[in-house]
Design a protein around this ligand. Sequence first.
Ligand code: SF4
Length: 371
Amino acid sequence: MVGAEPRTSEGWPTAAATLIAGLLAWYDRDRRRLPWRAEPGAAVEPYPVLLSEIMLQQTTVATVSRRFPPFLARFPSLEALAAADLADVLHAWQGLGYYRRARGLHALARAVAARHAGRLPSDAASLRSLPGIGPYTESALRAIAFGQPVVPVDGNVMRVLARLYRIETPLPAAAPELNARAQTLASDCRPGDVAQALMDLGATLCRPRAPRCPACPWQAACAAHGAGVAEQLPRRASRPARPVRRGLAFLLTRPDGAMLFRRRSAEGLLGGLHELPSSPWLEGEFVIAAALGHAPATAEWRLHARPVRHVFTHFVLELTLAEAATAAGPAGIWCRAAELGRLALPSVMRKLLRQAGRSGRGAPELSQPRG
Ligand code: SF4
């Protein structure tokens, strides 16, 4: 439980007021300059905030910093996004991974156009009713885009607060207490900057390993630093290992160098994206002869020795590449390496093409999920 604390004349708990003052002074001096951020004091446009928050859900700041400007240039407003074809949005999302977010963003833009005349709503209930908006994104939008007194709490902020208050309860059980602690820092004074300052503190100083406590504005107040246990917090309950699914991915090549692709069904994992044909992705014993039965053509398939490994949220995928040549080949989507930029290829497929030395030129780099 968070105990009652004495308050300043503005209504803040005094400890919170001191913490916020130190945090904002540090932020004004040392904040990260990011392409979606407004300068302190400048008007905030909700759409870039929304876009960046959706992109940052599972992708690193470095990757989003590269991919955000071209995406915003291509879809400069929610109206433009709502009017676009989903295939174009998925194509522009390449390099960011986790394509479910792109589909959700597109659906959100259309819902905002239909229900809110193209303007992003600012209240919690309306935001949460939109596709792709969970509790964290709702709080981040309210704080950063609309200046409401709420503190969004993600993994970085939980780490900072678990250390500041030396919360020994393991995650995820500690989450409600950490969220309650975070909300004691909510105020009407620069709520967007407080939210972004906390994000920056977690990302640049209060890192998972080797926190840079001597540079931290909260060093004097930090209980974990004082006790010398900062790096051990937050504690985590052990998670069960992700299951491993295996399969064969088939790279069939024509004499003109074109490779065979197909488009995944619109629903489900990697929905609507292009891929090399593959056998089903199955857990348990991997029988190569059975997997070869799913090859798109009868040919002399040569198998690579090592599978390509890709970590999804709920499972690990190991795909072994099988290569063959064909004189004509079956009907399908045929594409040369130099033309791969016109396909919407998920990261795991790009890894396979790289292993085969066919990644082509001009294709965007892969994204790395936020660790
Ligand atoms: Fe994190 Fe160290 Fe700052 Fe505490 S003093 S909040 S452990 S960086």
